[in-house]
Design a protein around this ligand. Structure first.
Ligand SMILES: Cc1cc2nc3c(=O)[nH]c(=O)nc-3n(C[C@H](O)[C@H](O)[C@H](O)COP(=O)(O)O)c2cc1C
Length: 322
């Protein structure tokens, strides 16, 4: 595992419907360390679900890639993990943090933190079955009554898990409030395996602050990297405005090309819309711009609309007359 952690310690976090192959490649080219795929439901993968299959592709990943699974039993997680390894996964990561009701109701995601003994059996079975590094991504616990990140981390280390990512909010907190970084420090102090910290990091400087404050070896950046993958590049901040704009144009164009090359047309169009809305977020009239992007029905019209939006004056008068 240590060799795999050799790249940049600041990495793109897994995000469902965003961190598929094109965005992973773009982030790595901007300077992210190895990336983790969006969560793939083990049952959906085994049942031959089309998107799960698309999502499991690794041919665009230049270097190390972690593939993340959602599941609630060794019976589904083990064969799904083996399939991902066969498809090129260098690391298998188990999602133990997803807070979405329809996921946790089925005992997946953050629900795996509730019954530590049952989860230990699942992780042991995975450990025996896969010969690549096995990692987990956890939350601070289920809720404030069960803040058991340290207990879960110790259990994971005992059954042979190679590394742990901690998003320290509990499942009950979802994304509310500040991420309590002290929970990351508690996990670091409790285990000897590498710990990746996560939560509310928006820049390389902040990632360094998290590492210094908690002792974590590496940091995952999620929401702040949507529409801003250049945050992984320390050179970006040193560029003047024109240089930054040129850098952004190049990254966005490459990203769109990769999406079109990678996915069937309908899926590609939706992916382009989602990411272009992120690239346009934070600008004036972002909601109107987003609605206009989502109204487009071809990739060509979408690209033209986005370019027009980017070159429009920054405030007032959107949409431009005519
Ligand atoms: C849209 C979205 C999708 C996410 N999907 C996943 C996922 O598939 N797997 C996962 O482990 N975490 C997922 N997360 C959680 C992030 O990886 C991360 O833990 C969380 O956003 C906190 O980090 P941040 O403050 O840097 O965004 C998702 C978050 C967002 C916003």
């Amino acid at each position: 595992m240590s060799e795999l952690l050799g790249g940049s310690p600041v990495r793109l976090a897994p995000m469902a419907s965003f961190t598929n192959a094109p965005f992973r490649r773009v982030a790595v080219r901007c300077g992210s360390g190895f990336t983790t795929n969006e969560e793939i439901d083990a049952e959906a993968l085994l049942a031959g679900n089309a998107w799960a299959g698309e999502s499991a592709r690794t041919e665009l990943d230049d270097g190390v890639v972690a593939m993340q699974l959602l599941g609630n039993s060794a019976e589904t997680l083990v064969p799904a993990a083996l399939r991902l390894v066969e498809a090129g996964a260098d690391i298998v990561d188990i999602n133990m943090g997803c807070p979405v009701p329809k996921i946790v109701q089925r005992g997946k995601g953050a629900a795996l933190m509730r019954d530590v003994s049952a989860t230990a059996r699942i992780l042991s079975a995975l450990r025996r079955a896969v010969d690549v590094p096995l990692t987990i991504k956890i939350r601070g616990g289920w809720d404030e009554c069960q803040p058991n990140a340290v207990e879960v981390a110790r259990m994971a280390q005992d059954v042979g898990v190679d590394a742990i990512t901690v998003h320290p909010r509990t499942r009950a907190q979802r994304f509310g409030g500040r991420a309590p970084w002290d929970v990351i420090a508690e996990v670091v102090a409790a285990v000897g395996i590498p710990v990746t910290g996560n939560g509310d990091v928006t820049s390389l400087a902040e990632a360094r602050r998290m590492m210094a404050a908690t002792g974590c070896r590496s940091v995952m950046v999620g929401r702040a990297a949507l529409g801003r993958p250049w945050l992984f590049d320390s050179a970006y901040d040193g560029l003047d405005r024109a240089g930054q704009a040129a850098y952004e144009e190049r990254v966005i164009a490459e990203h769109l090309d990769l999406i079109e090359a990678c996915f069937p047309p309908k899926a590609a169009l939706l992916q382009m819309k989602k990411h272009l809305a992120q690239y346009g977020a934070g600008r004036s009239e972002a909601r109107i711009r987003r609605a206009e992007l989502f109204a487009q029905s071809t990739a060509g019209a979408l690209r033209t609309t986005f370019v027009r939006q980017r070159t429009a004056p920054p405030s007032g008068g959107w949409p431009p007359p005519g």
